[in-house]
Design a protein around this ligand. Sequence first.
Ligand SMILES: Cc1cc2nc3c(=O)[nH]c(=O)nc-3n(C[C@H](O)[C@H](O)[C@H](O)COP(=O)(O)OP(=O)(O)OC[C@H]3O[C@@H](n4cnc5c(N)ncnc54)[C@H](O)[C@@H]3O)c2cc1C
Length: 373
Amino acid sequence: MTTATIIGGGVAGLTAALALVQRGASVNLFERAAELTEVGAGLQLSPNAGRVLEALGLGPALDAVSIRSRGVRMWDARARPIAVLDFASRRPDARFRMIHRARLIEVLAKAVQASGATIRLSHVVDALPRDPLVIGADGLHSRVRQALNGTEVPYFSNQTAWRALISDPEPPLDGQGWVDLFLGPRKHLVSYPLAGGLRNIVAVAERYDWQAEGWSHKDDPANLQAAFVDFGGPVANWLARIEDTGIWGLFRHPVAPRWHDDSRVLIGDAAHPTLPFMAQGAALAIEDAWLLAACLDQISDQPSALMRFQQMRAPRATRIVALADQNARHYHLKGPKRIAAQSALRLMGRLSPERLVSRFDWIYDYDPVSQSV
Ligand SMILES: Cc1cc2nc3c(=O)[nH]c(=O)nc-3n(C[C@H](O)[C@H](O)[C@H](O)COP(=O)(O)OP(=O)(O)OC[C@H]3O[C@@H](n4cnc5c(N)ncnc54)[C@H](O)[C@@H]3O)c2cc1C
């Protein structure tokens, strides 16, 4: 195995560093931030990503800082039940985890530091190095993507997301909890518990004025409360407890047409940013990291290894990004279409709950670790 330069110390870059070092590569990772950390918010980590993290030896460390998810409970805006997607019962041996993003980064960073990889913080990569292998794990506004594909202009999805954490003293039963999804006309809200007595909230509403793409924008929690004032059940109580919230415009980016040349390759959001409506962005980044390391390990000619990597990854990433785009439309239906869609889901949930959950098997049952390269 070779020497790899990784640009970006997010989920994709750190996982790739660990996967490569474990296969004998020597790794230098550059991160522009002064420390390896993440904004305060939660992540759902589905079993397809969990299998990689477990194979890298991180299962116990993750279990110590996460809560097991049983699945998704869907409600309408007035908190009347629509359907329950019990993903855990369908695959009792696999783990869906709900985790604070900062905890995931800590677990990864600790393992990468112990692995012998070199991490350089506060280091913005401006001119791309001419190293034998450069991995662009540099996220949404990737330099490496730009170098390979030219400048691309994303377009605003007309959706704005708020993210917040509140304290939630009620411990979930048996260390397990549910993701609750409330669907209203032109808006929806997702919430789930996190370890350490926290609750994650993501609220998305259609707005036609442009919002910047990035979590550093703060908003007054009163704006979030006002936007979801018509939501029932526990929502008002949760929103009343928010002290601090960030707001972000959600943009759609096409999957990169070109992921590599002979010495540079993209992984994670740099290759395929996705709207968050399948909760698969970080999961795809983790899958990428494992499979890139596997391709480089098992195919000795580097250009062929990078070509094989894109061949293996692009169809799956494209399908998941498209599904998230589709959910963006379905979640926010209004009028008769919304009533019809929710009635159909209610009926299917009653008559054939298996059919409802099995639609996602191709995502969650995928095992990157057992893929043959
Ligand atoms: C609201 C919301 C909810 C989400 N929920 C989920 C979920 O439940 N489950 C899930 O799987 N995914 C979820 N995602 C998606 C997930 O957060 C991202 O897909 C994932 O974090 C991408 O990781 P990455 O490492 O590719 O990019 P990033 O996390 O963006 O990391 C890129 C890193 O590169 C660094 N960098 C950039 N440019 C340079 C440079 N020139 N020099 C040096 N360093 C540089 C940056 O500082 C950053 O640390 C969600 C996303 C959103 C918006």
